[in-house]
Write a protein that binds this ligand. Structure first.
Ligand SMILES: [Zn+2]
Length: 452
């Protein structure tokens, strides 16, 4: 799945991987009026303007912009400078973009990768990849150790997040809408490392979860947090496969075992953290097929409409059961993986726990209640990751599956709002994962939700 072409240790690269499930957001469709070449030109100048202002505050000294003559649009036959003595041709930039350390130039694939990203993911995906590469230019000027560690890649993602926040806050020539954060998420998924790769691999960029984590660090906390990665590195949860058969299964347990295992893990967790918790069993989870109206369950006195339950996993408050659209979860298992399914089951399970706790807004699916459920799910995943739960271990790629599931599920659940709901839900899942279940108190989350 992952393309790997080592090019000598000096070039910092963004590797493109083929990936079957890249959602093209609604934003991408509405923004085609910004031409591709304009998108590239405006992004380059805005990113460099940002660093001219920001670099002195972070590192002292000046950010010398990369001159336009050192930014290469790669086409077959393009003449590229040597990078640390190595001759380069279009083949070295095809499906790629990179910054050449010390020789101070950027090249990108203007033939396929960038136009494809523009067309299939959205204009902001192009700007995002450029902002990552300029992050390496910043590292070069700041004298960040150039050992191509995953931390260095994540720092470039963090810088990209800091720039994105600046665009979101202050506007600028780069056209931006909140939905572009979902575009950023989709682009980070596109460029993740293959599950099971080692974080120590010299070409490692980090799993999607690690990359999203770094991007959101920069977006939420600003460039100073990114600069501090050298002394306080970010969390890296990339895991190796346990053994060959685990790798063959891509870390997935067989489909029939996913739900029973998830039920055990959720009961184990919530029994520890919530004294009033009463366990659920697999009998409390039912399935239906949204294409067969007669299979759709009733909830309280209501007959549920097909549109309300299609591609959904939900908790019925009136009757206290969880139900899921079987063909939907089957697709999630096949296209995303077991932990995508587990995440989608864990979410309404958290809703059940919230009802025990009397959390406000649960019945109306309020934003704060939704985000608290995501935070709980992150806390549960962290307990699993840290080996506190019996019955299994988190596999490589599992947290990437969560990011993908939240991306798909948020859209599927049809939250109609101006806010980039997938991005925000991943943020709160991360909060639970990084800071634990105890950080998911309702008042704090409601305050944060009010600011979104
Ligand atoms: Zn990079």
């Amino acid at each position: 799945m992952t393309r790997r072409r080592a090019l000598g240790a000096v070039i910092v690269m963004t590797f493109a991987c083929s990936f079957a499930f890249v959602p093209a957001g609604p934003v991408a469709a509405s923004r085609r009026n910004v031409s591709y070449s304009h998108t590239v030109a405006v992004a380059i100048s805005d990113i460099q303007d940002f660093w001219v202002t920001t670099f002195p505050k972070l590192y002292g000294g000046r950010y010398d912009p990369i001159p336009p003559s050192r930014i290469f649009a790669g086409h077959p036959g393009v003449k590229l400078p040597r990078c640390n003595g190595e001759r380069l041709s279009y083949r070295d930039v095809a499906e790629n973009a990179f910054y050449c350390l010390h020789d101070n130039f950027i090249a990108y694939d203007d033939e396929h990768l960038f136009p494809d990203l523009y067309a299939n993911v959205g204009p902001f995906a192009v700007a995002l990849v450029l902002s990552h590469e300029f992050g390496h230019a910043v590292q070069d000027r700041a004298g960040v150790a150039a050992d191509r560690s995953v931390e260095q890649e994540l720092q470039a993602d963090c810088f990209a997040g800091a720039w994105t926040d600046d665009v979101a806050e202050n506007g600028g020539p780069v056209q931006y809408e909140p939905g572009d954060l979902e575009v950023a998420l989709a682009a980070l998924l596109e460029f993740r490392d293959a599950p099971g790769s080692s974080a120590n691999d010299t070409s490692a960029h980090g799993s999607a979860f690690d990359r999203v984590n770094a991007f959101q660090d920069g977006f939420e906390l600003g460039p100073a947090r990114c600069a501090s990665y050298e002394t306080e590195p970010p969390l890296v949860v990339q895991l190796p496969f346990m053994n060959a058969s685990d790798a063959r299964q891509r870390g997935n347990v067989p489909a029939a075992k996913v739900i029973p295992l998830t039920v055990d893990l959720l009961n184990d967790f919530y029994a520890h953290v919530e004294p009033r918790y009463a366990p659920l069993s697999t009998r409390d989870i039912s399935s239906f097929d949204s294409s067969k109206r007669s299979s759709i369950p009733t909830c309280g006195n209501s007959h549920l409409e097909v549109d309300a339950v299609k591609n959904r996993v939900f908790y019925c408050l009136d009757d206290g059961y969880i139900a899921f659209d079987e063909p939907f979860l089957q697709r999630v298992y096949e296209q995303i993986g077991d932990f995508g399914v587990a995440t989608l089951i864990a979410n309404p399970w958290a809703t059940y726990v919230q009802t025990i706790q009397g959390i406000p807004g649960v019945g109306d699916n309020s934003l704060a209640a939704v985000l608290q459920a995501d935070c709980y799910t992150g806390g549960w995943a962290a307990a699993f990751y840290n080996g506190y739960l019996s019955g299994g271990a988190l596999s490589p790629g599992d947290l990437d599956e969560t990011v993908m599931a939240l991306l798909v599920y948020s859209r599927a659940r049809g939250v109609s709002s101006d806010i980039p709901i997938s991005f925000v839900r991943v943020q709160f899942f991360r909060q639970g994962f990084v800071s634990g279940y105890q950080s998911c108190g309702y008042d704090g989350i409601a305050r944060d939700a009010a600011k979104i």
